[in-house]
Write a protein that binds this ligand. Sequence first.
Ligand SMILES: Cc1ncc(COP(=O)(O)O)c(C=O)c1O
Length: 342
Amino acid sequence: MRAESIWALDQLSKADPAAHGPVFARADRAAEEIAELLGAAPDEVVLQGSATHGLAQALYGVSGTVIASTAEFPSVSLTVERAAQASHGALTPRWISPPGGLVTTDAVAEALSDEVTAVAVSHVDFRTGYRADLAALRELIGPDRLLIVDAVQSFGIVDIDWQAADVIAGHGYKWLRAGRGAGFARYSEQARSRIRPVLSGITGTVSEGLFLDELPAAAASARAFTVSQPDHLAAVRLAAGVSEIRAAGVAAIETRIAEHIDRIIALADEHDLPVASPRERAHRASIVSLAPDDVDGLSAALTDAGVSATARGGAVRVAAHAGTDEATIDLLGEALAAFASR
Ligand SMILES: Cc1ncc(COP(=O)(O)O)c(C=O)c1O
């Protein structure tokens, strides 16, 4: 990724426009490779400035009643709220506050009624690490409602059939390690037929290039949900990140991470640290939420030991990448032991 970024900078620094073309082409490649990972058609995926941009494109264009949890990352909850405020009554949030913030199929079932047109949910919850069952949610809501998914905490590391979701928004700066500005989203055929492209811009029309003295209609493809050209340097990083993920294989990455998480949970148990995340592999991805009484103390113990973790919302979140090595997990074990013995 570093080499690709440097190559792109070199190319773009040349005055010859022909040198820029291969860099610009990386945006299409990134979208194509993401589409392949999602099992989607290439024209269903577009790059976005961020995952939140991708969600906003969907939520501002939906009407009816949208189910979402109050405990969602604000990219879902705040966007639902703002979209409803801007909709002049066309969109109504139906907030759910399920126990532990876990958007289970049962929690959604309780809130379902005829008015509901969409469910917006994080595939993997940023706080608890709970992995929602997208296939079960789809079965529950039926083929006609939209399933709008924030895939930030799962894309690239969880190997599932993404066909269950109509909208899938993600970004490059977590599991793809591609940095900021590298968001993307998929809008299925059903999504495109139901969601008005209200935030559509100059790249979102039926016109292939720049248009002047006319105002073309929105494109039929997911391009309708774009505003302008992507950040090409971010797209180069995103393409490199997705290529790396594809070369390693999402299933292999998921298995390796699951092994790491098994070990991390075992270490927490060994030191009597409450685990607030699901323990079964099917209900988790790569976040383990530790909830001791002294969250700040645990956070400080990890920092002192050189382990990076996030303290948020009354818990410390630990995560493992596929490439996290034994020595790092041993370091975590030592830090947990030191904290527990205090
Ligand atoms: C679940 C989830 N959704 C969305 C975001 C924000 O993504 P972006 O910055 O690409 O809008 C985050 C960031 O941490 C997140 O954890």
